[in-house]
Design a protein around this ligand. Structure first.
Ligand code: TRP
Length: 458
């Protein structure tokens, strides 16, 4: 059957439920853990500017493209792409690209779950008052005691995968929608409380300067590529997450509005997280370029010296955990939908099978912080390799493909029908951006990275 009217998996209860779920998917470790540490590693302001440009020029148009493909196809990304290709008179083999997209999300979840596990572990470490009055050395020790112990990491990775599989097994409305509706508002509240705390450190202005004052001498070509990769990562693009959620979107909802809301919410939360974190980093004489451990090694020092610090620390890591869970869920859904539609198995069974494979692959990330930390293909740990391969290579290539598919392959009429951009001018600009601007921007950033063209001096 081509283009079923409704997905066999169900539908969101309203377009707001979709926006909430998609925002929950977008807002995650990417915003609170990854954005501050890669902004820190890449020198702040200039990197942030490139990232913002990527969100506007590449992110929003691609969000629209993914949602429209999902909603018109009403199936997992591979079959939606296949049916949309057929509908416009092309070959069904395009579904293989869909599988590649699903695979990217699948691989990301293998390490995402491990890092989400760190947040869960930190909720408990903070609750026991361990950070109270602790020195920087002690805090670093706590972090390394966690990550160098494969059993602890394995335990928390297992907990996260169990919750994720549990939610997905319950389905769209009962599982995903309820979980996100509960977790998301709590998260926002906690983040705002942290900003208020950051404002009392006396280093608020230094934090803002670091984040918003561009210094282009600090921007490398890897930095530009990471900004692009991060725009994809943080908006959950190019892995089928958003395409999949689009498949459950009611027909009447406006795709353009939803995309803009999602992008604004996601970007604001990343910036708010940065505004909360950097003043604390500077107030304690810490390094913004500390890497993946940044928030785990720096924030507890601050919390340890704050009145009610342990309380705020628990809140912070609960928030991070919730943000991570709503994203982990979205990373699993495309694989599960594909399994159900391909093997006609039950949702629960599909979720468990996918969960087990991801759980096992997660060992690679777990071991790269301890027993395999000396294994460094391409000069990076296994975790860094996975992150680099997915975020900086697979996602941009996936994005390039989605832009090509939406703007060149499927017929203009079908796209217009689905997007319902009443304004001719609006449709034309979106189509133009998707056809030329987005692909050219992605290619230029890649060429800059491999050194064929030079956007910046190093
Ligand atoms: N966007 C989420 C974050 O920022 C992570 C995430 C969820 C994701 N789904 C995704 C990343 C799909 C890439 C692709 O933490």
């Amino acid at each position: 059957m081509t283009n079923p009217k409704k997905s066999i998996h169900g539908e969101w209860s309203s377009h707001w439920a979709f926006i909430l779920a998609a925002t929950g998917a977008a807002v995650g470790l990417g915003n609170v853990w990854k954005f501050p540490y890669i902004a820190g590693e890449n020198g702040g302001g200039a990197f942030v500017l490139v990232y913002l440009l990527c969100v506007i020029i590449i992110g929003i148009p691609l969000l629209m493209a993914e949602i429209l493909i999902g909603r018109r196809g009403r199936q997992n990304p591979a079959y939606s792409l296949r049916d949309l290709a057929l509908e416009s008179g092309h070959k069904p083999f395009w579904q293989w690209f869909g599988l590649g997209i699903i695979l990217a999300g699948f691989l990301i979840l293998t390490y995402y779950s491990v890092i989400a596990g760190w947040s869960a572990a930190y909720v408990f470490i903070a609750a026991t008052g361990t950070f109270h009055g602790a020195s920087a050395t002690r805090i670093t020790q706590i972090f390394s005691q966690l990550v160098t112990n494969p059993y602890k990491l394995l335990f928390w990775h297992t907990v996260i995968m169990l919750i994720t599989v549990g939610v997905i097994a319950k389905g769209i409305e009962k599982g995903i929608e309820n979980a996100v509706r509960f977790m998301f508002p709590i998260m926002i509240l906690l983040l705002l409380m942290l900003v208020i705390y950051a404002a009392t450190t006396g280093y608020f202005a230094s934090g803002l300067t670091f984040l918003f004052k561009p210094d282009f001498r600090k921007l490398t070509s890897t930095g530009v590529l990471s900004a692009l990769g991060h725009a994809f990562f943080t908006l959950s693009l190019a892995t089928g997450s958003i395409m999949m959620y689009g498949a459950y979107l009611p027909k009447k909802a406006s795709i353009t509005k939803a995309s803009i809301y999602i992008a604004i919410a996601d970007t604001s939360i990343a910036l708010i997280a940065g505004i909360a974190i950097f003043p604390i980093v500077f107030a304690n004489g810490l390094q913004p370029s500390a890497g993946p451990g940044l928030i785990f090694q720096t924030l507890p020092i601050a919390f340890g010296h704050l009145p009610y610090g342990s309380f705020f620390a628990v809140l912070f890591f609960v928030m991070l955990l919730f943000a991570a869970l709503t994203s982990a869920i979205s990373l699993l859904e495309p694989t599960v939908a594909w399994l159900i539609e391909t093997f006609h198995t039950t949702r629960a069974r599909a979720a468990i099978i996918a969960g087990i494979i991801i759980w096992i692959l997660g060992f690679l990330t777990i071991f790269s912080f301890n027993i395999l930390s000396h294994v460094k293909p391409f000069g990076m740990t296994l975790f860094d390799n996975l992150d680099y391969l997915t975020a900086n290579i697979m996602l941009p290539i996936g994005g390039l493909f989605i832009a090509f598919f939406a703007a060149w392959l499927i017929s203009k009429n079908n796209v217009r029908d689905e997007l319902q951009l009443s304004d001719r001018w609006l449709f034309k600009s979106w189509h133009f951006i998707m056809r030329y601007i987005t692909p050219i921007a992605i290619v230029v950033i890649f060429l800059n990275f491999v050194g064929i063209i030079k956007l910046n001096s190093h």
